[in-house]
Design a protein around this ligand. Structure first.
Ligand code: GAL
Length: 414
């Protein structure tokens, strides 16, 4: 009797001791599967393991995350949400409204996030005043990447206006080089489109069009000119562009098959993972025009049962915003840290340009959320715009028709 009573007590003691020291577990849904992306997410996996965590990887291939978001919806609907999810922009608040996100304010407060994150970034991470996501980085979207040798051997400088870009592209095409490496996937069409739109509409026009959804701007002559430029660019891509993954387009610039790519600075992560050197092998410049389109990656934690999973969420959130992770991850990813107190000494010239331009644009009002990467609008609205952009790019639709469809699609999306 005595013996079994003792055994029962010690079992309870053991159970409660193990509850106190729950081992952090996390199933992490993300779409970082390209060379540079995989190298970057490996940094987080390693830090998580070094701190006693067990990581279950749930990668969903597909640049831009469309496939990952479809997988997420299926998981949540079946009542089996992943522990942590790569999620960003207004989609964070949309999931919060569904009542499925965990509150990570205790970590944010203990770690003093409010003191080290710019207000513009912190705003995206909050739901009704509490912290509901942890920011990883700041990607810039409005970049143009080039093969340095190809430009030099064709006597071409990085273009600073869209007319210069078009002239350079004509010259390259005549020399037998593919001017623009592009992957024909809707999100990539949208990425090029928003860079062109920023250049042609200007920062104020971009804000009116893609943040305010102002009908007059969506149907303006300037927007017609944006679609005209998209039609011109369609002539600069190769015949096999449809469906191509973005990192394969980056590889075309790396190997000299193509001269330029317009893509966010995750493309730099690919160049770096392949051992290419900025300023020598490849060049970076902001796309023609003023302003800065930001795309902040972040992770949201979903409401899950189990002390081990909750411990995993807390550990992940803490590590993600931690200074060492923010440095090492972003060196691989091509982005810059979300934290303002991380030294940029180890970063390359493209990253330094990004940081300087971000600072300047936040001072002059031209720091803008990327619509193409889900930072500016809710899914229904950004999806409606992208449908028109990609339909135009992949057909002979006139710019006037595209503009009319754009306004209609936005109006129908509410
Ligand atoms: C973006 C994301 C980046 C990069 C890119 C391509 O939406 O913010 O981190 O992964 O997609 O997959």
């Amino acid at each position: 009797m005595k013996r079994s009573a003792f055994a029962a007590v010690s079992t309870i003691a053991l159970i409660s001791a193990s509850a106190v020291v729950a081992e952090p577990q996390a199933e992490v849904l993300h779409w970082w599967t390209s060379g540079g992306e995989a190298k970057s997410v490996a940094v987080l996996q390693q830090e998580f393991a070094d701190n006693g965590g067990t990581w279950t990887d749930m990668p969903v291939a597909g640049g831009g995350g469309d496939a990952a978001m479809t997988a997420l919806r299926a998981r949540v609907l079946s009542g089996n949400a992943p522990t942590a999810v790569q999620l960003k922009g207004p989609a964070i608040q949309e999931w919060y409204e569904e009542g499925v996100l965990a509150d990570i304010s205790s970590v944010a407060e203990a770690e003093g996030w409010a003191d080290v994150l710019p207000a513009s970034i912190a705003g995206h991470m909050k739901c009704d005043g509490s912290w509901c996501a942890a920011p990883v980085n700041v990607h810039r979207v409005d970049w143009i990447w080039a093969n340095a040798d190809v430009l030099e051997s064709n006597g071409i400088a990085m273009p600073t206006t869209w007319d210069e870009f078009n002239a350079a592209a004509e010259k390259l095409a005549a020399a037998g080089v593919i001017p623009l490496a592009h992957g024909g996937q809707a999100w990539q069409d949208a990425t090029v489109f928003e860079a062109v739109a920023l250049g042609i509409l200007g920062a104020e026009g971009f804000h009116k069009a893609f943040v305010e959804l102002d009908e007059a701007t969506l149907t303006s002559d300037a927007m017609v000119a944006v679609f005209d430029q998209m039609r011109t660019m369609r002539g600069f891509v190769d015949a096999n562009f449809s469906g191509r993954d973005w990192n394969l387009a980056t590889a075309m610039v790396m190997n000299g098959e193509a001269a330029f790519q317009i893509m966010g600075d995750w493309a730099k992560g690919e160049f770096m993972a392949a051992g290419k050197v900025p300023g020598e092998d490849f060049l970076c410049a902001s796309t023609p025009g003023d302003g800065f389109l930001y795309n902040v990656d972040s992770f949201a934690m979903f409401e899950v049962d189990g002390e081990d999973k909750k411990a995993g969420q807390e550990l992940l959130a803490e590590l993600i915003v931690g200074p060492s992770f923010q440095e090492v991850f972003n060196l691989n990813k091509g982005s810059i840290p979300a934290r303002t107190d991380v030294s940029l000494d180890a970063f390359d010239s493209c990253a330094l340009l990004s940081a300087a331009d971000m600072q300047a644009s936040s001072e002059n009002g031209s720091l803008l959320p990327s619509y193409a990467h889900g930072m500016a609008l809710r899914g229904a609205q950004s999806g409606a715009i992208t449908d028109v952009v990609t339909a135009h790019f992949n057909s002979d639709m006139s710019s006037a028709d595209a503009v009319a469809q754009l306004a209609q699609a936005v109006a129908n999306s509410y």
